[in-house]
Design a protein around this ligand. Structure first.
Ligand code: NAP
Ligand code: FE
Length: 371
């Protein structure tokens, strides 16, 4: 089976990298649609930095600041209407994975007329406006992926749009925007990044490039575990988490995610669990399952993280995730979630691909084991 690695996003890093690189924004177009969540971009300085740059460049803009967590189809169609109506010819997103993913769908829908009921049909996505991304959480890596993950009410889950044209042109990584990110969001997003690194390492589509990235990303995350557990996080730690998250995105851009993400989507969709937390609740039991068919790979990743056993990994996740009350999910709900996850596209990405019964078992062990 031949493999390829492709990730065409220019990555700019460092303090004040947005305001120091106005020319990169200038090259993207004449009028921006700025896509953000309701409030964080206004509070963390990212929106102000964007406005400073656009003003310096003489570029105009419209603001779409209505993106909610786990963005809906209605939200991205509203954003696209705004983009088209205003004549925006490029997109700037500032926020976590939700505004970045919504921005990608808006960039696509601003140039292609796709009926709402055809959005997840798998039709080829051929065009999108150029995009710049400013991640303000360290978790999703969406700034360097070709995926836009949206809430798909018709299928009661979350579904990804995927196309090479959804790769942003540029990502700006500046840890300063995360100075006031809450403990809960910091930890949950870091666990999402860890999940991308681990799932990517266990993917059938992994190659020597994604492996090298995954190993380095896991090393960077490992160095931050103690700080995350005690929550003694400074700007330097924020930067390292942001870089590890970006590396996680570079990994899944090649490998895709696996059943862990598909299973997590039901915890988010039906129970409102944060995306990264949902993956984190399931990871240890998935590793136990995966170890049966790929012991060398699982032991290798535990070794990279300096953890002797899966039990030690489970203990680490338990400590990290105990920042919130643990969820209650009934047997009947787990069966329902398993029936949804078994149909997900990314189930087959993993060498260890569970059946519906095995998925139910992973839910069951994960959600009782943690208590
Ligand atoms: P998020 O939903 O983007 O943001 C979570 C919360 O954090 C929001 O309340 C947001 O506030 C706030 N926030 C963001 N940045 C902040 C900052 N710097 N300071 C203070 N508060 C801040 O969460 P996320 O975990 O980053 O993204 C999750 C989404 O990404 C999910 O939909 C998931 O499926 C998707 N995802 C995508 C990919 C991909 O490759 N495309 C990969 C993994 C996950 P505001 O709403 O006010 O901004
Ligand atoms: Fe994720």
């Amino acid at each position: 089976m031949s493999k390829q690695y492709y990730m065409p996003v220019k990555i700019i890093t460092g303090a004040n990298c947005v305001t120091e690189n106005a020319a990169l924004f200038k090259a993207l177009g004449r009028k921006a649609i700025i896509v953000t969540g309701r409030s964080s971009a206004k509070e963390n300085g990212s929106l102000q930095d964007i406005l400073t740059v656009l003003s310096e460049n003489g570029q105009s803009y419209v603001l779409f600041d209505k993106v909610m967590s786990n963005p809906t189809v209605a939200c991205v169609y509203e954003g696209a209407k705004h983009a088209k109506g205003s004549g925006a010819d490029f997109v700037i997103c500032a926020g976590g994975g939700s505004p970045m993913d919504a921005g990608k769908a808006i960039a696509m829908l601003a140039c292609c007329d796709v009926p709402r009921d055809r959005l997840f049909s798998g039709a080829t996505i051929e065009r999108a406006l150029p995009m710049a991304m400013i991640p303000t959480t360290a978790g999703t890596g969406s700034e360097v992926t070709q995926y836009s993950v949206l809430t798909n009410d018709a299928a009661s889950t979350k579904t990804s749009l995927s196309s090479p044209v959804l790769f942003p042109k540029i990502a700006f990584l500046d840890g300063k925007y995360m100075d006031h990110l809450s403990v809960k969001t910091t930890v949950h997003t870091a666990v999402d990044a860890l999940s991308h690194l681990i799932e990517g390492y266990l993917s059938k589509r992994a190659d020597f490039v994604s492996d090298a990235l995954a190993v380095e990303g896991m090393r960077m995350m490992t160095a931050e575990f103690g700080n995350l557990t005690d929550f003694t996080i400074d700007r330097g730690d924020r930067e390292k988490l942001l870089y590890a998250s970006c590396i996680g995105g570079m990994v899944i851009a090649q490998t895709g995610t696996t059943i862990v993400h598909s299973m997590g989507y039901s915890l988010t969709y039906f129970k409102g669990v944060d995306h990264g937390r949902a993956n984190g609740l399931l990871l240890a039991e998935y590793l136990r399952f995966a170890r049966k068919s790929m012991p060398e790979r699982v032991d290798a990743l535990l070794g990279v993280m300096g953890l002797p056993t899966i039990d030690a990994f489970a203990g680490l996740l338990h400590d990290l995730l105990s920042c919130c009350e643990l969820e209650t999910v009934t047997e009947e709900e787990m069966r329902h979630f398993a029936s949804i996850a078994v149909k997900a596209k990314n189930r087959v990405n993993s060498v260890a691909s569970p059946t519906e019964e095995e998925i139910k078992e992973i839910y069951s062990r994960s959600l009782t084991h943690l208590k």
